[in-house]
Design a protein around this ligand. Sequence first.
Ligand code: GLA
Length: 389
Amino acid sequence: MKEHLQQEFSKTYNKAATQTYFSPGRVNLIGEHIDYNGGLVMPCAITFGTYLLVAPNNDKVFRFKSINFTDTAEIALQQNYTKQGTEWYNYPIGVITYFMQHGKELQGLDMLYYGDIPISSGLSSSASIEVVTAFALNDLFNSGFSKLELVKLSKWVENSFIGLNSGIMDQFSVAFGEKDKALMLNCDTLEYEAVNSNLNDYVLAIINTNKPRRLAESKYNERVQECKTALTALKQELDINYLCDIDTNTFNEYSHLITNKIVLNRAEHVITENDRVKLAAVALSNNNLQEFGRLMYASHDSLRDLYEVSGIELDTIVEYAKTNTSVAGARMTGAGFGGCAIALVKGDQYDNFSKAVTEYYANKIGYAPSVYCSLIGDGVRELNEVVKS
Ligand code: GLA
């Protein structure tokens, strides 16, 4: 794989890459649409991700090429870039903009990206591109950012450069992920614990709906806004900064303050989901995968009915999972509106599950999903094997 990337780099730029970096994607086990509400999430980095090969140039330009997309770009070393259309290279350009605006000295770079994460599938391919770029620039130009600062600046790119008001979960998990661990992250304090994701005899299956996610961005920002409206209503009587500052009992006591039914549903999802993450952490530490699975199903139901970010494709996968006794639990993961579902499947039944869910889904939806057996991997890093041309 890496040799192939190096060959592609040489072919494109007529020289060898000097460094290779990698940032994973992520799945979120539970705690969905929680990060921008200041609560608890449980993501893990996966072994799929984005490779970035680089070599400096003396032309004072950044050149971007990706094996996954046909569009390439070249920009001069200057400040004040703005987003150009919806092209993939807005993510690295956003990162470069942040470095420039913060007085970091950069030089020209030739860059080649390759992602083996399915794009737009809810596995954080964009956070992966942002974080791998930020990590590489920081390393190559000794910019002195801490890893947490790299996470925050990558979130800035998403929020202020791209325009998606997302939380910090994706950038945090692809930067700080650890092999075989899930991160219990408090999105308010950013304190986290890497917990053993001991799945006993279960494995984590990722099922990609292969549904293009068109309206995802505008619907996402709409949900963020609805949560703000709910918070403002609750603040009339409660001294809180985030929806996740209260639990389900307190919510039930004060929910009358929210008069709009849709906004009420959104808040109910957020607050009950945050409580589910706490229960899920206990279940995981007790190796109680059945209980963990039950919470996954409950999470999915809430995302479908109250938060309304699922859809027929994701629901079909979860509906199938419920009929299969080798599955402990399943749910959509990530923002929703298409993308991927995850399922906890008995390891020795994985192949049967993969075949059966594919058939069930294809019959109902009209095209096949892609099913992967996921491994939990490490966060962003330089790949230490020297890549030779
Ligand atoms: C997207 C966002 C995250 C998070 C999830 C939903 O992945 O980038 O910040 O809000 O959706 O949990």
